[in-house]
Ligand binder design. Structure first.
Ligand code: ADP
Ligand code: MG
Length: 613
């Protein structure tokens, strides 16, 4: 006798539910997606105990008549597709026809719905697949689905639910995706379309009104992200070959330690895509330190037939037919915007300098706090040995502030306007052989000499390589080095790159090569040291040829080696040169590694700190 049996339908549904319904947040996702597909303009999500007790979603969408209501909870029932042609061009969020059946197989359901044609509302109750009859009841146009005691007949799965608060966190995340996804019109259209309310344990947790712009909505959803969204975000938009990209990009100053704040929406659907994450990371390269992630909200609009959503049970991954186009356009859109923007860090003077006993400096964002702390540290460290100072403005109030054993005497000048200094009398000063303090029209800047020079070198190298005008110099005596066969093969493989760099490497005996010519621009660097690092880079490089990226890495490395170091004393003309080149290079406010090159302080801030205003 055979051992194989056909599973009954409820078992099939429960198994399907294992894929689609992982936790209460999955129910929220499926139900709200259905509401959006039904054309709702208002959705209310009410949760009790993180969804363990109740998940209720009400909408004012098209609703269902009695017949559809009875059918909606059967497996593989959908109004969204009919034929395989439809499957190739899906414009709705749902299409698999399994969400309601899955949910109904693992919880107690009560659904009430009414459409424009039915005289009244109808209702159905289902208890873990055990379906009651559809009957009339009272209710508004639209649909309300209540899901209670999720997994109560599946103790093994119920056990995996976390505390109410944790589950609520997941629900809030789903809610956020829905709230942003329907915001794809972007800020300037001022149209968010959907009025959304989230209620937890009877209290309103979030209310998003229909007319909100994107920035406003982001601010309501993530108040901790930015204290000043209109300053911290950049907007970009491109449209090419049917692919439209709208991006809201956080400036590097509000970067994060994870990519949690990178949201990607494809025709309103929130997706996760490795290719796109990679494009975002690449776009922020050099503007962020390696362990930081840009904040980015991307809204992609493209023809439905250009990608396949039917690759993942929760439809959170898609397959693009032209992934390269998507990657390159996203990268280009973001990169161009970021590089075309002045990203200087506006630093605020820390109260910690406050020998004057200033009250707490107003640090209204976590980032502001970081800068303040960093600056406080900087001034603390660099104040050692400068404990006794007199500023002879004369005529003012004088007092002493005790700092350990050393007394600092400071004269406070009488209030008078600070005279404007003509632009030609620009002033600068090198401190600790590492930083340059320079006066600007409306304040001053502190430049990290190594970081800035590195950036300048990088831009210069990149331009020259692109134009093919990187000069090289023959070495009087070729410098030889040993290498393995594998390394020799790598050098051969990358001959084109090596030539572009103005390097001439020639065989010089068994497992030995020599540097015969070296780029003049890198004169400060040691040729052998440079070649060694180049080989390391070639060996380390990730699989998959990406010549542009490799070149970029090599240029970063070269720029770092050839740049002025911290601790190097500079002449006035060298400093002047460096400050001048600052204005000329693209994105000079960041070194190629993403550290800032410049901190900016405004006169207004100084005046405030010194209580002049
Ligand atoms: P899918 O969304 O993939 O079609 P579901 O199981 O989620 O499958 O829903 C089945 C059907 O029930 C939908 O196709 C739709 O016709 C109907 N339906 C579900 N939710 C709603 C709703 N909130 N308003 C109107 N109709 C709905
Ligand atoms: Mg659905």
């Amino acid at each position: 006798m055979g051992h194989i049996v056909v599973l009954d339908q409820n078992m099939v549904n429960m198994i399907a539910a294992g894929e689609v319904i992982e936790r209460p947040a999955s129910v929220v996702k499926e139900l709200t997606e259905n509401s959006i597909d039904a054309g709702a303009t208002k959705i209310t999500v009410a949760i009790e105990d993180g969804g363990r007790k109740l998940i209720s979603v009400s909408d004012n969408g098209s609703g269902m008549d009695a017949e559809d209501l009875g059918r909606a909870f059967e497996p593989h029932t959908t109004s969204k597709i009919r034929t395989s042609t439809d499957l190739a061009c899906i414009s709705t969020l749902g299409f698999r026809g399994e969400a309601l059946a899955s949910i109904a197989s693992v919880a107690r359901i009560r659904a009430v719905s009414r459409n424009k044609d039915s005289p009244g509302a109808n209702c159905i109750e289902i208890d873990c697949g055990d379906k009651g009859k559809v009957g009339p009841c009272s209710g508004d146009y639209g649909t309300t689905i209540q899901v209670r005691d999720i997994f109560y007949k599946l103790p093994a799965r119920r056990k995996f639910l976390r505390t109410g608060n944790t589950e609520m966190g997941h629900i809030a995340e789903q809610f956020t995706r829905i709230a942003l996804g329907c915001c794809r019109q972007g800020e300037d259209s001022g149209e968010a379309g959907l009025d959304l309310t989230l209620i937890h344990n009877g209290k309103e947790a979030l209310r998003l009104t229909a007319g909100q712009g994107l920035l406003e909505r982001i601010n309501a959803l993530f108040p901790m992200l930015s204290a000043n969204p209109s300053n911290d975000f950049l907007q970009a938009r491109t449209s090419e070959r049917g692919l439209e990209i709208r991006a809201l990009l956080g400036k590097p100053a509000i970067s994060r330690t994870s990519n949690k704040f990178q949201y990607v929406f494809l025709n309103g659907r929130c997706i996760r895509d490795k290719f796109i994450s990679h494009a975002i990371r690449e776009a922020y390269r050099g503007l962020l330190e390696p362990n930081r992630f840009g904040v980015a909200f991307l809204f992609i609009t493209m023809p439905f037939e250009d990608y396949d959503v039917n690759v993942h049970p929760t439809k959170s991954e898609v397959r693009f037919y032209n992934a390269n186009l998507v990657h390159s356009q996203i990268l280009g859109t973001i990169r161009e915007k970021l590089l075309g923007t002045n990203l200087d860090i506006e630093a605020r003077l820390p109260a910690a300098i406050g020998l004057l006993g200033a009250e707490e400096s107003p640090t209204d964002s976590p980032r502001g706090m970081e800068i303040t702390d960093a600056m406080a540290d900087f001034f603390k460290k660099h104040r050692a040995g400068h404990t006794q100072r007199q500023f002879g403005f004369g005529g003012g109030r004088r007092f002493t502030a005790e700092r350990g054993s050393a007394a600092t005497v400071i004269e406070v000048p009488p209030r008078q306007p600070i005279p404007k200094i003509p632009a030609e009398r620009k002033r600068f000063l090198q401190i600790h052989d590492s930083f340059i303090v320079a006066q600007t029209d409306d304040g001053f800047i502190i430049v990290d000499q190594h970081a800035l020079h590195e950036r300048v070198m990088y831009e210069d190298l990149r331009n020259r390589v692109q134009e093919g005008s990187l000069e090289s110099q023959r070495l009087l005596i070729p410098q030889s080095f040993e290498l393995s066969d594998g390394q020799a093969a790598l050098i051969e493989e990358n001959a084109e790159l090596i030539e572009k760099l103005g390097l001439d490497l020639v065989p010089f005996g068994p497992r030995t090569m020599a540097v015969q010519a070296f780029p003049s621009l890198l004169a400060k660097a040691d040729p052998l040291d440079f070649v060694q690092d180049l080989i390391d880079l070639l060996e380390k490089r990730e699989a998959g040829p990406d010549p542009q990226r490799l070149l970029d890495e090599v240029l970063n490395m070269a720029a770092c080696k050839a740049a002025i170091k911290a601790g190097q004393r500079l002449t006035d003309s060298e400093m002047e040169q460096l400050l001048l080149s600052r204005d000329m290079v693209e994105s000079a406010s960041r070194c190629p590694h993403g550290r800032p090159t410049t901190l900016k302080f405004s006169l207004a801030d100084l005046e405030k700190q010194f209580k002049r205003t």
